[in-house]
Write a protein that binds this ligand. Structure first.
Ligand code: 5AD
Ligand code: SF4
Length: 445
């Protein structure tokens, strides 16, 4: 096969996968490849996959089957991401047209793997269990010029019984603080306005390392970078949310007042079976403390319904927890058994229609809570980072510090700037407002 000139990467799953795609794209571009819009025209075609639920895997399997049948041109085809880790070289048996399988901890080996596949004409796979610390993050090719993801810790040591992540992303490895600070400084110099610190559990940052810098220490250092406007972080395990972190959210100018820390379930029996290592009461205590220390904080959560043996009464506890806490953002999922996880030993005994019914009830509840929270914002002036034009190209669109979507009228030149917007109404999940003069008072929201 000739030296490839073009590439296409299709990304599935979470923000960590999005960032991994950007890092892989950066490497391909460094060796002279350019992106193409249509995957049929790519010389290197990569599927950066997700294994978190069965549906995510089935999507990729279907796509790969299709490509095998209708492979139009001679392209190198690779699978990266969590499915690569979960299925390893068994993927070659199912998809003989695959050229390489590259695990989550080997994304910087992409160039070498492409070379080897080209020269040897063999199927290559690399799936290390542990992440190599010296990743060259700075080579990521970012789509946006306004917001950037920065990885600070990879892997997860929590081993929730339903979750494949500890197996597909390996054990926790924190990135050295100097490397993170260097990347953040460069991003500010390039004009980025918002940085999202990424990790499966960002609050574990630094615990695995010899240096003396925990997550809140890192946040203080990032906040001190001149010109740093906004910092976010996802995602957090409730057990590792400390008072120091809450103080950082209160005190640091750049740190946004939004904390996504999934409760997953509201029943103590289910939490224990999930190995979440906290009780509902302990979680509620953290929420109360966080709301007391940062009164304007917005909260986000993930929930799994239909976990093995979950009764209607236990589901009701989850429902009541959401009602009481009033999250501004909720992601709700039906339990999906994952091979290799401890929960696989229990029968997936909640019928699909019961799972779907529970999901729908949570979605309805969240819509009501979301509308109430949005109503409370009418008349408030908020800070919006203007990201783009909305779909019909008439209005500007951005997000508040608390991650709420806002649209308003204004010149396109404001894209990439922070503006004050007075909220007058909302449509579905989006707040609608009008631009106010810079001298106006600002409520953080
Ligand atoms: N089934 C359903 N949802 C899951 N999640 C993780 N594993 C599973 C699973 N097996 C959800 C959790 C997690 C989010 C990223 O995905 O809620 O926080
Ligand atoms: Fe999965 Fe639990 Fe780790 Fe989150 S904390 S990535 S749900 S094992």
């Amino acid at each position: 096969m000739q030296e490839p000139k073009t590439y296409f990467i299709r990304t599935y799953g979470c923000q960590m996968n999005e960032l991994d795609t950007q890092i892989m794209a950066g490497q391909l571009e460094k060796r002279g490849l350019s992106p193409v819009e249509d995957e049929d025209n790519a010389d290197v075609l990569i599927f950066n996959t997700c294994s978190i639920r069965d549906l995510a895997e089935r999507k990729v399997m279907g796509k790969l089957g299709q490509i095998g049948r209708g492979k139009k041109k001679q392209a190198l085809i690779g699978i990266t991401g969590c499915m690569a880790m979960a299925k390893k070289d068994s993927l070659f048996r199912k998809f003989p047209h695959l050229d390489f399988v590259l695990g989550t901890n080997n994304i910087t080996d992409l160039g070498t793997v492409v070379d080897e596949a080209l020269i040897s004409n063999r199927q290559i796979y690399k799936t290390d269990d542990k992440f190599e610390e010296n990743l060259n993050y700075l080579a990521a090719k970012r789509e946006s010029k306004i917001k950037a993801f920065v990885s600070i810790i990879r892997g997860c040591d929590k081993y929730c019984t339903y979750c494949v992540v500890p197996y597909t992303r390996g054990q926790e490895v924190s990135r050295p603080p100097e490397s993170i600070l260097e990347e953040c400084k460069q991003l500010v110099d390039q004009g980025y306005k918002e940085i999202t610190l990424l990790g499966q559990n960002v609050n574990s940052y630094g615990k695995d390392a010899s240096w003396n810098c925990l997550f809140h220490d890192l946040l203080y250092q990032i906040d001190r970078i001149p010109g740093m406007e906004r910092v976010r972080f996802i995602t957090s395990h409730p057990v590792d949310i400390t008072i120091d972190l809450m103080h950082a959210v209160r005190d640091l100018k750049s740190l946004c007042e939004f904390v996504h820390f999934p409760i997953q379930a509201g029943s103590n029996r289910i939490l224990k079976k999930m190995h979440r290592i906290y009780t509902k009461e302990q979680y509620f205590e953290k929420v109360a403390l966080l709301k007391q220390i940062v009164p304007n904080v917005s909260l986000g959560t993930d929930i799994i319904v239909g976990f093995p043996t979950e009764t209607e009464a236990e589901f009701q506890e989850t429902y009541d927890a959401i009602k009481e806490i009033r999250y501004s953002v909720g992601f709700f999922y039906a339990y999906s058994p994952r091979k290799g996880t401890p929960a696989m030993r229990w029968k997936d005994d909640i019928p699909e229609e019961v799972k779907q019914d529970r999901l729908q009830r949570l979605l309805n509840l969240q819509e009501t809570i979301g509308n109430e929270l949005r109503s409370e914002m009418l008349g408030q002036t908020v800070e919006v980072l203007v990201e783009r034009l909305n779909k019909d190209h008439r209005l500007l669109k951005g997000r508040t510090r608390c991650w709420k979507k806002v649209i308003f009228e204004g010149p396109e030149a404001l894209i990439g700037t922070l503006q004050k917007v007075k909220i007058h109404s909302f449509a579905h999940e989006t707040l609608v407002g009008e631009l106010v003069k810079p001298s106006s008072l600002l409520t953080v929201s």
